[in-house]
Unconditional design. Sequence first.
Length: 404
Amino acid sequence: MSLPINLAMIREARERLAGVIHRTPLDHSTTFSRLTGSEVYFKLENLQKTGSFKIRGAYNKIMSLSSEERQRGVIAASAGNHAQGVACAAARAGITSTVVMPEGAPISKIMATRGYGARVILAGGSYDEAFDHACRVQRETGATFVHGFDDPLVAAGQGTIGLELLEELPGLDAVLVPVGGGGLIAGIAVAIKSLQPRVRVIGVQSRGAPAVYLSLKGDCRQQLTAAATIADGISVRRPGEFTLEVIRRYVDDLLLVDDEEIARAILMLLERSKIVVEGAGAVTLAALLHGHLSLPGAKVALVLSGGNIDVNILSIIIERGLVKSGRIVRLRTVVTDQPGSLQRLLAAVAAVRANIISINHDRIKPQVPLKQAEVELLLETSDGDHVRRVVDALSREGYTVEVI
């Protein structure tokens, strides 16, 4: 069976995108090469216009429309990245765009989409409900629907990443690609397998939204009853129809990573490489870091698909990561309620070189005996061993310490 996407379409897409998108850097990472045993290269689509790869497919689709279709404008449904890609592409093409977003979409992504000139409609509590609403609006207005992934022209635009990888990295052995609905990996796989069949194309999904993974295992397109993951950019309940067929034919393997692994990859990219990515953008590194595949000595390109992470989520990931690594610890103990008691406690903490971030001193809490006070300390420490030294030192001074 012939597929509705081919190498010629991807090459045509590259011509349309010339001068419109960034040719994003391919950055070699010595740090992550050492940690994983592979030669790791990051394809930095988090630095793409609008903060993700999505503008590639959106612009290719929009510029393929007839003049009559352009007059009617375009419409899309998205929780964030595709919304911004469509809005930016439509503005660049000089046509109107409407984007339906879930009511709970991050304010930053709503404002960014409006900032690119799109009319934003908030409808439904999930992507699927927003998608249904967008379909109704499309039928009423006659605007062209720009699907986030299940469209050969959209996938062809994303496939231009594959062409860039082959040109920029001679001897490429494998490429790891985030997978949601399948548009990104479908385009990249067609480009790479058409030109270099020996190069392995490996997809990575979140364990909380494994629609493509289950569809491949079940040998038919599956729909999840729910999807829950911090990788919201690939939180798709049902894969694309044509994209699933491309994946079956061209993709060598599909891996799953969990949210804790994704969060650790986000934090390590930020701290070790000064790279900001969203959850979907971190799944490829998460797979390699946590041993879901081993490619010793191989030249491996990891597509970091986007950087539009909500700052509140990023803050939580940073704080949780610091706690797990023992670099922040919260302790609770009790001191006598008299002058000098708190000073003696703090002196004991200072003696083991822990840095105090904050203190809460409570002597009226009902559970605390009279003439005593409960003290909670938030401390900056070096690692888990340092935390243990702090607790041991306080215990030797007579304090009963609880790590909370």
